[in-house]
Unconditional design. Sequence first.
Length: 166
Amino acid sequence: MKILSLVAMITAGIWLNGLYEHGDGKETALLPIQESPSKAYNMNEAKKRGDIIWGYEDYNIERFQEFLTNTNAKKEDEIRITSYTIEGDPIFKDLVFDGEKFHYTYDNSHDGYGGQDKGIYKDICSEILMEEPAEAAFILNGCSKQRDATEYFLIRLKPEDIINKE
């Protein structure tokens, strides 16, 4: 749990700072890209679309497990994980697996309280890791814009929701 809290704090610090420094001393900004955001939609529409919903209400968790199975088999697949703020604003995490890498898009552009850091962020990552405190946390790792050991948090599952941990 302490490791997960530390990862969350570091990730939040990087998102707020918005800058990544690579070993060559050059700084690369992780800034919102100029792309039209996804259309905002409510939880009922997310269910109709087949989104994996995580947060206040968990829905379609088995689709995340199917995605993990497909990616372990190097089979192309894509998912959307949708969560909602307290005010009901959607936050989208899109993952597209091309058979080798994970193309990650984070879109919090509809977050009314997202401040200056809201927007659309993209990265390419090499793997999904599972950390196991009381509930398993799934995170992206080996990302091109990633700094040090910081990962992108995807979803947390209860032990009874995990079918196969491999």
